[in-house]
Design a binder for this molecule. Structure first.
Ligand code: SF4
Ligand code: SF4
Length: 455
C-alpha cells in the first residue's frame, strides 16, 4: 500500500455483498461515498433539508443511505427510492462540501440502481417507458408535439381552457405550469430556419459555433435559440444548426436511465464531430452540465473516451463565450432594476457564476441588485416541479421571498426550466404587474437592438 492510500478498515471494506440485488449495489463508487466525512457543512445549503429539517432529506443523510445500500445493509426499497427522488439534484451540496464529494454523480448512480432493480422486478411504469424511450429519444416526435402545442395555442384553446377551467382535466402540476408557457414557434417558422447563420457584415470572424439547441428548449424557447445565434453572429461567429443532434441526456441521467443517456451522448458527439466546429455552445445550464459530463460518462469506453473528451473541451455555455467578447455592441439602454437567479447546473455544475453577472452589469442603464441566496435552487430541477409539486412550490415560495425584496423589474435566468419556474413564482407571488422573468440571451438581445425594447 502507498502512503496516500486509505487503510482498509471495516467501514472502507464493502464487505460481502450477496443476493439478487448485488449487481446493482456494486454500481456505487465506494471511494466516493467514503469521501464524505459526515461534517454536515452541506446541510444549510440543501433546499430539501431547509424545508424539512430531516436528515434523510439532506446530502449527508442521502449519502449515508447510499452507503448502507452499497454495503448491503439497507434494502433497495420504496423508502430508499422516495428519499433519492426527493433530492432536487441541484448540487448546491457540492459547492458547500470541503471534501469535494461528487454528490451529483452519486445521486445519478442511486437512481440508476433504483430503476435497475425495479426493471428486474417488473415494477417499471408504462408512463416512464413512454417518456424516456418513446419521446425524449426521438427528436421528430418532440417536434410533432411542439406542432400540436402551437396549433392548440394558435386556435386559442389554451386560453379558453384556462378561462373555463377545462385545463383542470390535466394533472394538477401540468395545469399549473402551463400558465407560465409562452407561445411556441409554428412548424412553418421552424422549417424556415437556415442550417448556417453567417456572422454580421463587417465584423471580424471569430470562429465557427455548433449551436446545441436542446430538445424541449428548441420547442418551448425556439426564439431564444434564434436570438442566441444572432448574438453570436454579432460578435463574429458563424453558427451551425447541427443536423442529427439529440437531447443532451440530462433528464435520463437524473432519472436513472443512464444507458439511454450514454447513447444520446454518443449521437451528439458524432453529430458535432461531423459539423467540424470550434465551439459547441448551449444556452441551458442543465443541458450544458450534462454535455460537460460526457467525458465522465464515457471514461471507460475505449472507443468513445477520447472523442468525448474532445467534445467536452469545446463545449461552452453562451455566457462563457459572450463574456470573452465584452463589451458587446449595445445599441439601447435598459433603464431597469435587474437581478439574477443562478441556474444550479450552471453555477454548481459548471462553476459559471461571474460571467452572467458581468454581462448583465455591462448593459447600459441597468441597476443590478444581487439576489440573496441566488444560487439556491428555485425548485424547477428538470421535471421535479411535475414529479414533486408540493416540495417544488415550497422551495419556490422561499425563493420568491428573496426575489420580492430585490424590488427588481426583471429577473434574469440562464436555463429554460428556471425561467418557467420564475415565471410561475412571479404569478404565485402576485408580482406579475411589476416584474418579469427573462432568459439572459433575450435580455442581452434587447440591449443590442435586434429585439423589441422593454415594455
Ligand atoms: S443536490 Fe440539492 S437537494 Fe439534493 S442533496 Fe444536494 S443540495 Fe440537497
Ligand atoms: S459537506 Fe461533504 S463531507 Fe461534509 S457531510 Fe456534506 S457531503 Fe459529506
Amino acid at each position: 500500500m502507498t502512503s496516500g492510500q486509505r487503510a482498509p478498515t471495516p467501514e472502507t471494506q464493502r464487505g460481502p455483498v450477496t443476493g439478487s440485488d448485488a449487481p446493482e449495489r456494486l454500481k456505487f463508487d465506494m471511494d466516493e461515498l467514503l469521501n464524505c466525512m459526515h461534517c454536515g457543512f452541506c446541510l444549510p445549503a440543501c433546499p430539501t433539508y431547509q424545508q424539512t429539517g430531516l436528515e434523510t432529506y439532506s446530502p449527508r443523510g442521502r449519502i449515508g443511505l447510499m452507503k448502507g445500500v452499497a454495503q448491503g445493509k439497507l434494502p433497495i426499497d420504496e423508502e430508499f427510492e422516495r428519499n433519492m427522488y426527493a433530492c432536487l439534484g441541484c448540487r448546491a451540496c457540492e459547492t458547500a462540501c470541503p471534501a469535494g464529494v461528487q454528490y451529483g454523480r452519486l445521486i445519478e448512480t442511486a437512481r440508476e440502481v433504483v430503476e435497475d432493480v425495479k426493471r428486474r422486478r417488473g415494477r417499471r411504469s408504462f408512463t416512464r417507458h413512454l417518456v424516456f424511450k418513446q419521446f425524449f429519444n426521438h427528436p421528430r416526435r418532440i417536434r410533432v408535439a411542439g406542432g400540436i402545442l402551437w396549433a392548440v395555442q394558435a386556435a386559442g384553446l389554451q386560453r379558453v381552457a384556462t378561462k373555463t377551467g377545462l385545463v383542470r382535466v390535466l394533472p394538477r402540476e401540468m395545469a399549473e405550469m402551463q400558465s407560465a408557457v409562452d407561445t411556441v414557434a409554428s412548424p412553418s417558422e421552424r422549417k424556415r430556419r437556415p442550417s448556417v447563420m453567417a456572422p454580421d457584415a463587417g465584423v471580424q470572424k471569430a470562429g465557427r459555433v455548433g449551436l446545441f439547441t436542446g430538445c424541449i428548449m428548441d420547442v418551448m424557447f425556439y426564439d431564444t435559440n434564434q436570438a442566441t445565434a444572432r448574438l453570436l453572429n454579432k460578435i463574429g461567429f458563424e453558427v451551425v444548426f447541427v443536423a442529427g443532434q439529440v437531447c443532451c441526456g440530462a433528464l435520463h441521467a437524473h432519472s436513472g436511465e443512464k444507458v439511454d443517456a450514454v447513447e444520446l451522448a454518443k449521437r451528439n458527439i458524432e453529430a458535432f464531430e461531423a459539423a467540424d466546429v470550434d465551439f459547441i455552445v448551449n444556452n441551458a445550464g442543465g443541458c450544458g452540465a450534462a454535455l460537460k459530463e460526457y467525458a465522465h460518462w464515457l471514461a471507460d469506453d475505449p472507443v468513445w473516451a477520447e472523442r468525448a473528451h474532445r467534445f467536452v473541451e469545446r463545449t461552452r455555455d453562451i455566457c462563457e463565450l459572450l463574456a470573452e467578447h465584452t463589451p458587446l455592441p449595445f445599441q439601447r439602454r435598459i433603464e431597469a432594476r435587474v437581478t439574477y437567479q443562478d441556474s444550479c447546473h450552471l453555477a454548481h455544475g459548471q462553476g459559471v457564476r461571474q460571467q452572467p453577472r458581468q454581462l448583465i452589469r455591462s448593459v447600459p442603464g441597468v441597476q443590478y441588485v444581487e439576489l440573496t441566496n441566488a444560487d439556491t435552487c428555485c425548485g424547477s430541477a428538470g421535471i421535479y416541479n411535475i414529479t414533486n409539486w408540493e416540495m417544488s412550490m415550497r422551495v419556490l415560495d422561499t425563493k420568491m421571498e428573496h426575489v420580492r425584496r430585490t424590488d427588481a423589474h426583471i429577473v434574469v435566468t440562464a436555463n429554460p426550466g428556471c425561467l418557467l419556474q420564475m415565471k410561475k413564482g412571479i404569478q404565485r407571488a402576485g408580482l406579475a404587474d411589476r416584474m418579469e422573468a427573462v432568459h439572459i440571451v433575450d435580455f442581452l438581445e434587447r440591449a443590442l437592438g435586434s429585439a423589441a425594447p422593454l415594455g
